[in-house]
Design a binder for this molecule. Structure first.
Ligand SMILES: Nc1ncnc2c1ncn2[C@@H]1O[C@H](COP(=O)(O)OP(=O)(O)O)[C@@H](O)[C@H]1O
Ligand SMILES: [Mg+2]
Ligand SMILES: [Zn+2]
Length: 289
């Protein structure tokens, strides 16, 4: 017996199938055009990948990554941190997390911070005896790719990637293989701004990755007596470069021992509200879809 189907429904189904085919074809073409493409985990749905980049180490890149994750989370977004600083991982300690969320076959669940930030780092695998062996062997750039393809991130609005300093193999791999929405540069006023920032900036430019802005860390100290901001290295160290390049300085952070203490104690989520809110706003404005 022939079943009668609603022609409007048939048409809707046909249209949906066509749209899916077109989307698949577009994706396949994009993948074919990029030989470095790495497929995301099939159970991950990540809207924006933001690289946190600095020209050199010690400028507070990881601290900024962690604080920005806290700010975005407080604003109601689903946030993850991929710790791509494989040889100097520092994100887990800042959140007081020690273990991954679990192992599913050959894949892993990230750790979860107290407020629900998803975190993946090699630090979390050191003691993980049952981790699939492939996780312990591969070259550094390969680990970063696996953090993308073999970690079940779930649904995220923002995945922040804490890059190792400089413009070496790992940033190159991340820029080539992950769909980076944009990068944030972190600098300190005494780090030969023009030269060091420019190098990271140029790399992103060459690879067609938008630079969302610059965060200047260690920008000033606040006088404990009168609350005045004292710009030890001058108030406008980035101004010239910012005007020339068109890259906005989205936030300037004080040198503040409380931040270092919270990081040390694994309590980044207890940061003062307001910390990096301007940077978080800039990111959400520039990445609205
Ligand atoms: N704004 C700040 N005020 C005080 N200490 C800071 C600040 N930012 C970073 N630090 C401290 O400086 C050190 C280096 O910061 P980190 O984020 O690890 O730098 P990077 O990731 O660039 O190497 C850490 O001990 C950190 O706690
Ligand atoms: Mg770091
Ligand atoms: Zn004073």
């Amino acid at each position: 017996m022939e079943e009668k189907r609603d022609p409007a429904l048939e048409e809707a189904i046909r249209k949906a199938e066509e749209a899916k085919k077109a989307a698949d074809a577009k994706k396949a073409a994009e993948e074919a055009a990029n030989p470095f493409y790495v497929a995301p985990n099939q159970d991950s749905e990540i809207k924006n990948v933001i690289g946190i980049v600095s020209g050199k180490g010690g400028v507070g890149k990881s601290t900024v990554t962690a604080a920005l994750a806290v700010a975005l989370k407080r604003k109601g977004y689903k946030v993850g941190i991929l710790d791509a600083d494989i040889t100097g991982p520092s994100i887990p300690k800042m959140f007081g997390v020690k273990q991954i969320g679990g192992i599913v076959g050959e894949q892993m669940l990230p750790a979860q911070s107290a407020s629900g930030i998803q975190i993946m780092s090699v630090n979390l695998l050191m003691e993980e005896e049952e981790a699939p062996v492939i996780w312990r062997g591969p070259a550094i750039a390969g680990i970063v790719k696996q953090f993308w393809s073999d970690v079940i991130w779930g649904e995220l609005d923002y995945l922040l990637v804490d890059m190792p300093p400089g413009t070496g193999d790992v940033p190159l791999t991340v820029f080539q293989s992950l769909p980076v929405t944009g990068i944030l540069l972190v600098t300190s006023p005494q780090s030969l701004v023009e030269m060091v920032v420019k190098k990271a900036y140029n790399m992103a430019e060459q690879m067609n990755i938008p630079v969302l802005g610059v965060i200047e860390n260690f920008s000033y100290v606040v006088c404990p007596d009168c609350g005045k901001k004292i710009y030890v290295f001058g108030e406008n160290t980035l101004k010239g470069w910012s005007e020339k390049s068109g890259v906005k300085v989205v936030e300037r952070l004080p040198m503040d021992s409380a931040v270092a203490e919270l990081a040390d104690e694994g309590r980044m989520e207890a940061l003062d509200p307001g910390y990096l809110y301007d940077a978080a706003d800039t990111i959400t404005e520039l990445t609205q879809k």
